[in-house]
Ligand binder design. Structure first.
Ligand SMILES: Nc1ncnc2c1ncn2[C@@H]1O[C@H](COP(=O)(O)OP(=O)(O)O)[C@@H](O)[C@H]1O
Ligand SMILES: [Mg+2]
Length: 203
C-alpha cells in the first residue's frame, strides 16, 4: 500500500500545485522600510552638473534668496545662499535620505515643501555627484547626509551659522570611484563649469 503524503496537495486546474500558506501577520512583525544606496546612486546618475545647479537655484528661489554662490574649491564644493534659513519641516526632510511620506512604522511623516518649485525632497541629493557627504548648516543647526551611512534624525547645534543669512552647504570631493559614482577632480571641474555655462547661456 502506498503511504499518504503529510501535506495536503491539490492540483491547480493549470497544473500548478496549490499548497497551504500561513502568511506572516504584518501587525505582529517588526517591519522596517529599508533600501540600499543604489536607489540614491541611480538618482544621482540621472543628473549631470547642469541638473545639480538647477536644483540649487530652485532651492534658493524657494527660500526667497537673492544670491547663490557656488564655489569649486581645491578639495570641496561650497554653496551659500541668502534666503530663509531651514525651518522645522526642512530639517525633517533632511532627516531622510530621500522622499516624502510615511517612514515605515517610525511614526514619522515627511511633508513636501509647500509653495516651492521643488517638492519631491530629492534635489539636494544630486550633490552626491561631487562627494559622499553633504554637510548643511543654517540658522544655528547642522546636519550631514552620508551616501553610505545615511542621515541624522535631528539636526545638531552649529552656533556659527546663527549669523548666516540663509544656508551653507559643503561637499568634500570624492577622491575614489565608488559604486558607479565618479571621483571629482580638476578635469571634472572644467566639465562642470562648461556645463553650467552652457546651461546659463540663453538660446
Ligand atoms: N537654499 C536653500 N535655502 C533654504 N533651505 C533649503 C535650501 N536648499 C535646500 N533647503 C531645504 O532642504 C530641503 C531639501 O531640499 P531638496 O532635496 O532640494 O528637496 P525639495 O526642494 O524637493 O524639498 C528643502 O525642502 C528645504 O527645506
Ligand atoms: Mg529642491
Amino acid at each position: 500500500m502506498k503511504k499518504k503524503s503529510a501535506a495536503p496537495r491539490k492540483s491547480h486546474p493549470g497544473g500548478f500545485l496549490q499548497l497551504g500558506w500561513d502568511k506572516l501577520d504584518i501587525n505582529k512583525l517588526d517591519l522596517r522600510y529599508n533600501y540600499g544606496n543604489s536607489v540614491v546612486a541611480e538618482f544621482v546618475s540621472d543628473h549631470d552638473h547642469a541638473d545639480a545647479l538647477r536644483e540649487l537655484v530652485q532651492n534658493e528661489y524657494d527660500a526667497g534668496g537673492s544670491r547663490l554662490q557656488v564655489a569649486f574649491g581645491t578639495d570641496e564644493l561650497r554653496i551659500s545662499g541668502n534666503g530663509s534659513t531651514i525651518d522645522a519641516g526642512g530639517w525633517k526632510r533632511l532627516s531622510v535620505m530621500l522622499g516624502t511620506g510615511q517612514v515605515g512604522r517610525s511614526g514619522r511623516t515627511i511633508a513636501q515643501k509647500v509653495n516651492g518649485i521643488g517638492s519631491k525632497n530629492f534635489g539636494l541629493r544630486s550633490l552626491f555627484l561631487y562627494g559622499d557627504q553633504i554637510y548643511i548648516r543654517s540658522g544655528g543647526l547642522q546636519t550631514v547626509l552620508d551616501f553610505f551611512y545615511g542621515t541624522l534624525q535631528d539636526p545638531e547645534p552649529e552656533p556659527h551659522s546663527k549669523r548666516l543669512p540663509g544656508i551653507e552647504i559643503v561637499v568634500p570631493y570624492r577622491t575614489r570611484k565608488r559604486k558607479g559614482l565618479e571621483p571629482f577632480d580638476v578635469a571634472h571641474e572644467l566639465q562642470a563649469l562648461e556645463s553650467f555655462a552652457a546651461d546659463l547661456t540663453p538660446m
